[in-house]
Design a protein around this ligand. Structure first.
Ligand SMILES: [Zn+2]
Length: 414
């Protein structure tokens, strides 16, 4: 095995000083802290508990909206959506009167830590459960990048690697499964053990968290299986940092039915026509959430008074925050040209949508569990090695989930 590069590199104003050890950052998609706690309380999370004891465990603030691609983009760039530009899966381009999907690197406005590490001589690998994230995560990357979803299609010239199934020792998993995430971790273990990578970003999927509450047996078994793979990463000598893109909460009423506010209908009923509600959580993975999350963007026709609409929305039961564009860009760290006139966030147990016909809940595999708002913003951060003084201080301030590379690399120097 060739020596691991310790050359420093910079991305978006932060300089990274990596040790001569494999570095692995894991995004446990949808991992609210309760998942770790309940699994640990059942004695089925030994390696992550060991990491918490030997290293660090705390809570960090994610980026808003608390969606997957927003936070994955933040984690690999180390900056907020205001800087990297990815503020959801969709935005409405008012000038072009078009709803634009921004699930590709052409919408990314910042370089990645991964590409910078590769340029500094690290053997970088990105493994994501969902194919949709691969393009953003592998932006300008000279290295390996593939998804579990399409592992069998990875080719050397396009993905930096051939024969993934053979290397990992498992077949390409179904996307709606625990295996989709476990495959990503197994791939990480195999890439390190075979000397193919020494700087990894492993991004899982939240199908299990959308489908099961923390104390459900399939969830406990899933966390236990993830923990076993993380144990193998530690055994291979890696410094491991784990966080989440967002938490996850049940969005249901006492009778178990989805707790939904259809904001476009509500506004039309109160003020008349002239509103467009964008649900930036909308994506092709229909079994997860029916395009319902706790964050929507509203575009208001000029004939309406935006403040009047804002004040009315803000007092509706189930709605917890309404911000105009200026506040959304500052307080919620949004890119001004990709948000709307108003941003609406809902309660822990409430989702906001457009109109009923835009949301098909029949595809859900279980009850409605989702994310996107303030109540899924705080997520765990676990680092395998002890933090130095400077990062202990930083951890007691307002650390972010997108500081995870910084903590894992710069925070673990003695
Ligand atoms: Zn997610």
């Amino acid at each position: 095995m060739t020596a691991i590069s310790t050359q420093t590199f910079s991305a978006n104003g932060i300089t990274y000083h990596p040790a001569a050890k494999p570095v692995v950052v894991i995004c446990i998609d949808g991992s609210a802290d309760e998942y770790l706690d309940v699994t640990a309380a059942n004695g089925r999370l030994s390696h992550l508990q060991q990491m918490s004891k030997n290293g660090y465990r705390g809570m960090v603030r994610g980026a808003l909206p608390s969606f997957t691609n927003v936070n994955n983009s933040s984690i690999v760039t180390g900056v907020s959506p205001a800087v990297h530009g990815i503020s959801g899966n969709f935005f409405y381009d008012a000038a072009k009167d078009q709803e634009v999907m921004m699930n590709s690197s052409e919408y990314l406005r910042a370089d990645t830590i991964l590409a910078a590490a590769a340029n500094a001589g690290r053997k970088v690998a990105v493994v994501t459960a969902k194919e949709k994230l691969r393009d953003i995560l592998s932006y300008k990357l000279k290295g390996i990048a593939f998804s579990a979803e399409k592992a069998n299609l990875a080719r050397k010239d396009t993905h930096g690697i051939d024969e993934v199934e053979k290397i990992v020792g498992h077949p390409t998993p179904a996307i709606y499964s625990a295996d989709a995430s476990l495959f990503v971790l197994r791939a990480g273990v195999a890439l390190i053990e075979k000397g193919l990578a020494d700087f990894l970003y492993l991004s899982l999927t939240d199908y299990m968290q959308h489908t099961y509450a923390p104390d459900a047996e399939p969830s406990l078994a899933f966390y236990e299986a993830m923990d076993a793979e993380i144990g193998k990463l530690l055994k291979a000598g890696a410094i491991v940092g784990a966080t989440a893109d967002h938490g996850m909460n049940a969005k249901i009423k006492a009778d178990g039915q989805p707790n939904v506010l259809f904001v476009e209908d509500m506004l039309e009923e109160k003020f008349g026509e002239g509103f467009r509600v964008i649900c930036p959580i909308t994506d092709p993975y229909v079994k997860h959430h029916g395009a319902l999350g706790s964050y929507v963007v509203v575009h208001v026709d000029k004939k309406h008074n935006v403040s009047e609409v804002k004040n009315w929305l803000a007092i509706q039961p189930g709605i917890t925050e309404v911000h105009d564009k200026a506040t959304a860009t500052r307080l919620l760290e949004q890119p001004g040209d990709r948000t709307g006139d108003l941003v609406v966030l809902s309660a822990r147990d409430v989702v906001v949508g457009r109109r009923p016909q835009y949301h098909d809940l029949s595809a859900l595999d279980g009850t409605l569990r989702s994310h996107g708002g303030r109540y899924e913003e705080m997520v765990p951060l676990i680092i395998s090695h002890p933090l130095n003084k400077a990062y202990q201080m930083k951890a007691s301030g307002d650390p972010r989930n997108f500081d995870v590379f910084d903590f894992t690399i710069n925070g673990t120097h003695s």
